[in-house]
Design a protein around this ligand. Structure first.
Ligand SMILES: NC(=O)c1ccc[n+]([C@@H]2O[C@H](COP(=O)([O-])OP(=O)(O)OC[C@H]3O[C@@H](n4cnc5c(N)ncnc54)[C@H](O)[C@@H]3O)[C@@H](O)[C@H]2O)c1
Length: 236
């Protein structure tokens, strides 16, 4: 298995681009935020965990601000987007990274586990995309990057709710299953979905390593490598 891929060319700038990163307080979201700031973007860290988001913002200087938000709650999403607009004036990129997983055999999964997973991963992605997307359409453009997963395409043991949520995230993106309205008037694509494989360290990494045939990418990716890929998507 290939360990990490740090080979993506980052010799371009996102100077001044206002980027909203949900789930920006941890993991892939935090890595994406770091990569965007390093490339000159101004970043709004939107997260339920406001203390950690604020700590990151303090460490990364004046181009980063933290905003409290539960992406699964419509009024919380609306308020957060309004606050970002007040702070930054406009939004160029949205990276929907907030997500969660609960592991349980399908026969033991409670309806609460199912509902919570779909509320955060799928409804939260929609709510944030809708709120930010409206402002982008008004401003004439923008990019929305949704983080799906390999779990959108394959069945992973104990991931029934997670797989369903990520298949939903992939659905509306170009190349997904549902037609997308998120195409800008000039034909520019405004929405994309990334379907990463497993990040290391990862809760299920031992199980995945034991059955690589169920694992399309068959490689670990660092959060930083994923962030580089997102930068490329945002620039395109
Ligand atoms: N870790 C992996 O290997 C992997 C693989 C494929 C896809 N993904 C997807 O990438 C995204 C990030 O994964 P990660 O492993 O970095 O996660 P993580 O658990 O490290 O971080 C998730 C962040 O989202 C925030 N969050 C959770 N629920 C929220 C809510 N309701 N409102 C606002 N913020 C909320 C958390 O506070 C946290 O900061 C998720 O969508 C995940 O499904 C992860």
């Amino acid at each position: 298995m290939v360990d990490e891929d740090e080979s993506v060319d980052l010799s371009f700038g996102l100077k001044g681009k206002v980027t909203v990163v949900t789930g920006g307080a941890a993991g892939i979201g935090a890595a994406i935020a770091r990569a965007f700031v390093a490339n000159g973007a101004r970043v709004a860290l939107v997260d339920r965990d406001i203390d950690t988001a604020r700590a990151h913002a303090r460490n990364r200087g004046e181009n980063v601000r933290a905003f409290q938000c539960d992406v699964a709650d419509p009024s919380s999403a609306e308020n957060a987007v309004r606050s970002v607009l007040t702070e930054f004036g406009h939004m160029d990129v949205l990276a929907n990274c907030a997500g969660m997983v609960v592991l349980a055999p399908a026969e033991d999964l409670t309806s609460q586990m199912w509902d919570t997973t779909l509320a955060v991963n799928l409804t939260g992605t929609f709510l944030m995309s809708q709120q930010v997307g409206r402002a982008m359409l008004e401003a004439g453009g923008g990019k929305i990057i949704n983080i799906a997963s390999q779990a959108a395409s394959i069945g992973l043991d104990q991931h029934a709710a997670y797989c369903a949520s990520k298949a939903g995230v992939r659905g509306p993106a170009p190349g997904g299953r549902a037609p997308s309205r998120w195409v800008l008037p000039d034909g520019q694509r405004g929405l994309s979905a990334a379907a990463p494989g497993a990040r290391r360290p990862h809760r299920g990494h031992r199980r995945l390593a034991a059955c690589p045939e169920t694992w399309p990418l068959c490689r670990w990716l660092s959060a930083a490598a994923r962030a580089r890929a997102r930068c490329l998507v945002a620039r395109a």
